[in-house]
Each structure stands twice: as C-alpha cells, then as structure tokens.
Write a protein that binds this ligand. Structure first.
Ligand code: A3P
Length: 261
C-alpha cells in the first residue's frame, strides 16, 4: 500500500484512474464475450475451442436393414451434421446404459453450437424400454425411423446374417426368418419422429435427404447434383466435401448394397 501511495505520489492521480478504468472496461468486454456464445456463433467466427460433445439432437432408431448406414453417412456429409462412430447402443444395452449419461455424451462427436450430433442404433426400435429411457432423458431429441419394403428388408437381413460365406453353413430362409422370432417395439412413446422411406432413399436419395434436412432444421445442402448412380455398385453414391474443402466420391462399403435374388 505504501508502495502504491508512493507511486501515486509520483504519477498524476488522473493517469492512475484512467489506467484502472481501462482495465475494468477490458475485463467487462472479455466477460461478456465469453459468456454469450451466440455472439461468436452468429458471426461465423466459430473456433474449434467452442466445439463440445453433447447429447445428440437427433437419433436414428432403426429399422435394421432399412438403410440406416446410408442415411447417417449421407447426413454426415452435411456441414452442420456430425455423426457418432459406429453404433452406440446406449439405451438398449444395459451394460452401456449403466455407464451413465456422461459416458454416452463422450461417445458423441465434437460439435459447434450451430451443428447437430447424431447417432444410429437400429435395435432401439425393437427394444421395449428404449422409448421411456430416451424420453425421460431428452424429450426434445428428434427421432428418425427409416422403413423399407418388409420383404426386401427381410431378404437383406437374411443375406447379411446367414450368408454361408460368413457363417460356413447354409441355413434356409424358412428356418431363420419365417419361423424365427419377430420383434417390434410397440411402445414408441416418442413425440417427434420423422419417417424416411428407405426404398425412396435407394431410388431418389436427394429427395429423401432434403426432407430429413428440413426436419432437422439444418441449412439447405442436399441437391440432386451431389448424388450419382454407380453402375458397378448398383446404388447411388455421393460427393462428399472434406473439412479441407476437397470433394471426394463416396459410396458405402461392400457390406452394404447387395443385389437381392
Ligand atoms: P443390402 O445390403 O441388403 O442391399 P442398414 O444400413 O440399415 O443395414 O441397411 C442396409 C441396406 O441399405 C442395404 O441392404 C441397401 O439396400 C440399403 N441402401 C440404401 N441406400 C444405399 C446406398 N446408397 N448404398 C448402399 N446401400 C444402400
């Protein structure tokens, strides 16, 4: 204090006051800007330090073999959508659910405030307690269900699960599908759901993706031009823009997209 008094004695009091006032103003400006993310978010100056892992704003709950991988991969091309890696199985697998909300959020991609995190776990649709768990944790999460001609879907499931090349033995379609257990979740207590036509996603992906984009409330991105039919694959592929701005052709891997008998 004596030192300060001594200093004040040598420097004019008015100058000390101006320096202190400027310091307070600077501190206030810093506090306001760091506590209102919207000011950065609106100004297009988003920095990676503002990216966080959050509860997903949208979840694809199924159905298995409906085209869930195609849907989430196409969505992931949208600059405002980031998808979780793999299938998270938080709400349907008790061993994951017990790990808690924090674990679930840690499985999510980092997103900026103007972006959407999304995950897909097709067994959510057939697991009875999933709707209650999801609804009680986040009633506002948008839910997407992709459906497909049930016969095509069943053939698709059969080809994937009982492919003799994979399991080493032939199992007839009748044994594993027609006489096997059937599951469906009739407790879909979700309040916001968008149904994607999985057959239309195969024949006209742009049209279905524009509908999904509108439901999610993200910017207009999908166009007819970005999808192209790949004759070798027998399915549509699409142009994907990388973080660096390069454009790459993108098809699903060999485990998706079979010619059905
Ligand atoms: P098949 O592999 O039997 O043809 P899921 O990802 O839910 O398991 O669904 C897989 C199905 O998605 C595939 O079944 C395929 O028919 C369908 N699909 C839809 N769009 C596709 C695309 N662009 N490329 C590959 N498969 C696609």
């Amino acid at each position: 204090m004596n030192e300060l008094n001594g200093l004040c004695g040598r420097v004019p009091k008015k100058a000390v006051f101006i320096v202190m006032a400027a310091g307070i103003v600077l501190l206030l400006v810093y506090h306001i800007s760091s506590s209102t993310p919207g000011s950065f978010y609106d100004s297009d100056s988003m920095t990676s330090s503002q990216e966080e892992q959050r509860f997903p704003q949208a979840i694809i709950i199924g159905v298995k073999k409906g085209g869930t991988r195609a849907l989430i991969s196409m969505l992931d091309s949208h600059p405002q959508v980031e998808s979780a890696r793999g299938e998270v199985h938080f709400f349907d697998r008790n061993e994951n659910f017990r790990k808690g909300l924090r674990w679930y959020v840690q499985q999510m991609p980092f997103t900026a405030p103007n972006e959407i995190a999304i995950e897909k776990s097709p067994s959510y649709f057939i697991t009875p307690y999933v709707p209650d768990r999801l609804h009680s944790m986040s009633p506002s999460t948008k839910v997407i269900l992709i459906v497909r001609d049930p016969i095509e879907r069943t053939i698709s499931d059969y080809i994937q699960l009982f492919n003799p090349d994979r399991i080493g033995q032939q199992k007839s379609f009748n044994d594993v599908v027609l006489d096997g257990p059937n599951h469906i979740n009739d407790r879909a207590q979700v309040i916001r759901i968008h149904i994607v036509n999985g057959d239309a996603l195969i024949s006209n992906p742009a049209q279905e993706m524009i509908r999904v984009q509108n439901y999610l409330g993200v910017s207009d991105f999908f166009t007819e031009d970005m999808f192209y039919y790949n004759k070798t694959k027998g399915f549509y592929c699409w142009h994907k823009v990388t973080d660096k701005g390069d454009v790459h052709p993108n098809c699903l891997g060999s485990s998706k997209g079979h010619q059905h008998p």
